[in-house]
Every structure is written in C-alpha cells, then in structure tokens.
Design a protein around this ligand. Structure first.
Ligand SMILES: Cc1ncc(C[n+]2csc(CCOP(=O)(O)OP(=O)(O)O)c2C)c(N)n1
Length: 565
C-alpha cells in the first residue's frame, strides 16, 4: 500500500504499476488504443524487456510458457478490437490450465464505448467466461489499485488469467493522480490451509487401505509441492499416477511411479485407477480425458480430493474426503500428521506385475522414423533435462509417454483446451524465462503451421529454441480417429503439401535440417543440440503410426485398446 501524488498520464501510472509488480518481460503487440501505453513503455524501455510477437495469440501462448516455467505471472498487452479478440484462445487456454496471466487490452475512449467505434469489441463480455476476473478501468485513480488486484488474483488461490481493459482516454489523460494500491477483496479469500479433521480422516483411510493410490495433477506443480509429494509417497510406499499436466510432479523414473494415466496412459496407471480402494487426488481436475467413462472410474475406491479450488471437489467424482487447501500446505500437514502406513504388499506386487507385463512399447519399421523413437532420441540427447513444449495431437501424447520427466516445471503443454499452435510460442516464453536451459518445441506439422510466424522472434532475440517438427504429413490425431472410428475416411486430415521448412528456417537466418531415416536422425540430433542457436528440424516420421494404449470414447478406464504384453 502506497499513496503518492504527482502529474502523470494513465499510461505512466500503468508502467509504474508494472514496475512495482517486478515485471521484467512483457509480451505484446501495439495498435491505436494502446498507443499511449506503448509511448510510456518507450520512455521506460530500460526497465522492461518487451517481446513483440507476430500475432497476439503468439504473445499470450509465450506468456503462458513463461509463467509455467518461471512461476511468475505472464504479462500481455494488446490493442482493442482485433488485438484483444486474437488473445481469446490463449486466455481460454490459460484459464483451463490455471496459468497466472495479467492481460492489458486497450479499449476505445469511454465516450464512444457502445457506439461501434473503430476497433471496438466488447472485451468484457467476451472474456468474462474465460478469465478468473476482468476489469474495465473507469477512472485513472483506480488504475494502480486495479493492477495490484489483478496481479494478486492471478497469482493466488487457483491461478488464472486476469484481464484489465483500459479505455484510451484513461491511458492518455494527464491528471494529478494518486498512487493508491490499497485493496480489500472480502469475497476473495482462498483457503490454503487444510482442515486438520479432514487430514485425520485421510490418515484413517490410509491406515485401512489395501489398494491405495496417489494421483498427482498440475496442482502439485502450481503449489511447488513436488518434493513434499515425493517424501509423502516414499514415507508410506504409495504408488503414484500422474495426469498429463501433472507430469514431472513426481519423478517418472521412480520405482513408485506408474506413469501417466488417462486416454493414452499406461496400463499400470489406468488399471490402478480402476482397481484401487483409496484414491488420493492431489490437484487434478478429474477431467474426462483422465477418467474415461465415469461409471467405471475408481468404482471400488473411497476418494480423497485435495484442491485449492472448492468448485473442483465433487464436480465429476463423488468424494468422501474433501480437502480444500494449497497442495504444499496439505502435503506438509499430511507428512506431519499421518504416521500409519497401509498394509498393501499384494497391491504393490500387482502393480509391479502390470508395469512389467504391459509396458509402453512400439515396433521399429524399416520404412521411416518411428515417432516414439524420435522422442526417445531427444530424451537421450538432452539427458532428460530439457524443457519440452508441445502442440496438441499424437506428438504430444508420444512426448508425454516417452520423455520421462523427473523434475518439475520442464513440461509445457496445452492440457485442458488442447490448443494447436501452442507449443512453439510457449517455447519462446519458456526460453526467455530460462535462458540457460535447453528448450525443445516438439510440434506437429499441423500445429506448427498455426504459429510459425513467431520464427521472427528466434531470429530477433537469438533464442536457441530447438523446434522439432514431428512431420507425419497429416493432422495425425484426427487421422488416427478417422482410421479407428470412421472406417479410414480421411476427411481433410492429410497434409501432403508442406512448406520447405529448411528454406523457411533459413529465410529467418535460422539453421534448418530435414531427416527422413533413423540413421540420418542419429547423425543430426547431436548437431541440433550442440548448436548454440535456434534450429528447425523437419523430421519425417511414419505416417500411419497410432498412439496406444487408448481408451476409446465412452469406454471405461480399464478398457484400453492396443495394450501388448
Ligand atoms: C486450434 C485447434 N484446432 C483443431 C484442433 C483439433 N485437433 C486435435 S489434434 C489435431 C491434429 C494435430 O495435427 P498435428 O499438429 O500435425 O499433430 P499430430 O497429431 O500429427 O502429431 C487436430 C486438428 C485442435 N486441437 N486445436
């Protein structure tokens, strides 16, 4: 809380507010309604690193990647009308995956709002259902408080995107404004500490369980609770399955890990979810891609659900032990209050057998690069330590299956919304947040073509992102569903006409490679990672390979197809 008075423009006040929030990096794109803001940023350019995306959707996905790996809020600026509407997919993506963003949109001047003024869009109406909260600033003196509130709301409780719409007359007006950030949000008081009585109930359930299972979701990562999760699992010898977004919250190579659960999860993880008698969900949403047909999901289990968002508890799955809390606080209490471990030797033996008898696997082919092998080659070359971002589709699932994440915050994917075009700009944000880390954007040929204009940023900023296109000349996941459920009618899912990605990369002064065989890949991959700069690798893979195991739509979690001993 600070109160100072001086003569400033609204845009100056905004810039000052951003400095007070320790913002260093801003992703954005200018336009008429944000000209005063960009002018103020120009004057403060020593203080910020502004990243000029080539499309506003690129800016918001980059901000998501930045937020995901840094833990800090991603900040985005776009102009009114088309600038703001271009953000919509990314904002929805951040909302679904609980990523903290603060987005500033320009708006037409207050006196013309509602007149269909040039580049006017009802950003408040459009973004109300896709933001955690949104504001339209009505008075310059409110601006510092609103910015403070926006950062507070985005980064506390269940994190998410908050939008601040700023009419141009407010950003342009010069006033004697006071810098007052005092706020009071009585209706917004997220519960972070667990109720000890509920932890006691959980302790009791654990002591009696014969088939206990921990399910770790993205909430473990958002709560920075990975090391506590590991300590708790090890203390009681509890097996752990992770969701797609929870990968890395528990080491994938740990003996207690069952790997990823869900539509393309491992046999062991899915059967454990089917058969367990106590399911302890920490920070997962029980979404349909995880549960399959709810009729069969954890049907023999008492369910405990730990979530910072009370609205998630009991939403999809009946919950016996609800615990509203931050994952770190909850695990902390669980570690100190729960002493008695379950007697579950038989269960552990069963799980080991499932792991051993039904591992993930694929057959090599002489006809080209196996996509799974490509992921394994990237894993080996980066020693499992890269930050990996993906688009959505087959490559995303193979990355989740074959790149074993052992550390938190190295996996950046679009889980809830499933947004093609996410992976490449998200990698740019991740690389900006972690300049010294190896960042791989593993993308599909379909998804990459939705955001490849951001190659300009690799060139301009010299970011050493390794873009690896898993190129199956198709919208692979759509093609797979058409093969499996639509009698091979490949309606608009094949992409035989492709750009020359090597020339495309070279036109941005980026190194480009193309490989078509595993031999070539083996030769090129060390070069890709040894090179201290951006690379685009067009890797042609088998066109008809499918992702397995799979739970077909409408089926139960135990009804996987493509499981081979
Ligand atoms: C923006 C958007 N449009 C459409 C879809 C539907 N969709 C899901 S996966 C997929 C295919 C993706 O193809 P590609 O990027 O080449 O990846 P692949 O599945 O081949 O690995 C499509 C079209 C989507 N997820 N996102």
């Amino acid at each position: 809380m600070r109160t100072e008075t001086s003569t400033k423009t609204g845009a100056d006040l905004l810039v000052e507010s951003l400095l007070r929030e320790d913002v260093e990096t801003i992703f954005g794109y200018p336009g008429g309604a944000v000209l005063p803001i960009y002018d103020a940023l120009y004057k403060a350019k020593e203080s910020f690193h502004h990243v000029l995306s080539r499309h506003e959707q690129g800016a918001v996905h980059a901000a998501e990647g930045y937020a995901r790996v840094s833990g800090k809020p991603g900040v985005v600026i776009a102009t009114s009308g088309p600038g703001a509407t271009n953000l919509v997919t990314g904002i929805t993506d951040a909302m679904m995956d609980s990523l903290p963003l603060v987005i500033f949109t320009g708006q037409v001047a207050r006196q013309v709002i509602g007149t269909d003024a040039f580049q006017e869009a009802d950003v408040m109406g459009i973004t109300t259902p896709i933001t955690k909260h949104n504001y339209q600033v009505q008075s310059m003196s409110d601006l510092p408080r609103i910015v403070r509130e926006a950062f507070h709301i985005a980064t506390t409780g269940r994190k998410g995107p908050v939008l601040v719409d700023i009419p141009k007359d407010i950003s342009a007006s010069i006033q004697e404004g006071s810098f007052d950030t005092t706020f009071d949000l009585p209706g917004y008081q997220p519960t972070t500490k667990p109720n000890p009585l509920q932890i006691k109930k959980l302790a009791d359930a654990i002591s009696k369980a014969k088939k206990p299972l921990l399910l770790a979701g993205a909430g473990v990562l958002h709560g920075e609770a990975s090391s506590l999760l590991k300590a708790f699992a090890v203390k009681h010898s509890l097996p752990v399955a992770t969701t797609l977004l929870g990968l890395g919250s528990f080491p994938g190579n740990h003996p207690l890990s069952l790997g990823m659960a869900g539509m393309h999860g491992t046999y062991a993880a899915n059967m454990a979810l089917y058969d367990c008698d106590l399911l302890i969900n920490i920070g997962a949403r029980f979404d349909d891609r995880l549960t399959g047909n709810l009729k069969h999901f954890a049907k023999h289990a008492a369910v405990a659900h730990i979530d910072i968002d009370p609205a998630e508890i009991g939403k999809n799955v009946n919950t016996k032990i609800p615990i509203v809390a931050d994952s770190k606080e909850a695990l902390h209490e669980m570690l100190s209050m729960i002493e008695e471990s379950p007697q579950h030797e038989e269960w552990m033996k069963q799980l080991q057998d499932w792991k051993k008898d039904f591992p993930l696997g694929y057959k090599h082919s002489d006809e080209g690069v196996s996509p799974q092998w490509l992921v394994e080659a990237i894993y080996k070359e980066t020693e499992g330590r890269a930050i990996v971002t993906t688009d959505v589709g087959q490559h995303q699932m193979w990355a989740a299956q074959y790149y074993t994440f052992s550390d938190p915050d190295r996996w950046v994917t679009s889980g809830g919304l499933g947004t093609m075009g996410f992976g490449f700009p998200a990698a740019i944000g991740a690389q900006l947040a972690k300049p010294d880390e190896t960042v791989v954007a593993l993308v599909g040929d379909g998804g990459f073509q939705m955001s490849m204009q951001e190659l300009s940023l690799l060139q301009e900023k010299g970011l050493p992102v390794k873009v690896i296109i898993m190129n199956n000349e198709s919208l692979g996941m759509v093609r797979q569903w058409q093969e499996s459920f639509y009698e091979e009618r490949y309606s608009e899912s094949l992409l035989p006409v492709q750009p020359d990605y090597v020339k495309l990369a070279e036109s941005y002064q980026i190194r480009g490679f193309k490989v078509e065989t595993e031999e070539e890949l083996q030769r090129v991959i060390p070069e890709v990672f040894a090179y201290n700069g951006p690379v685009v690798l067009d890797c042609r893979v088998l066109k008809l390979e499918n992702v397995y195991p799979m739970i077909a739509p409408g089926k139960g979690i135990h009804e996987m197809i493509g499981v081979k001993p």
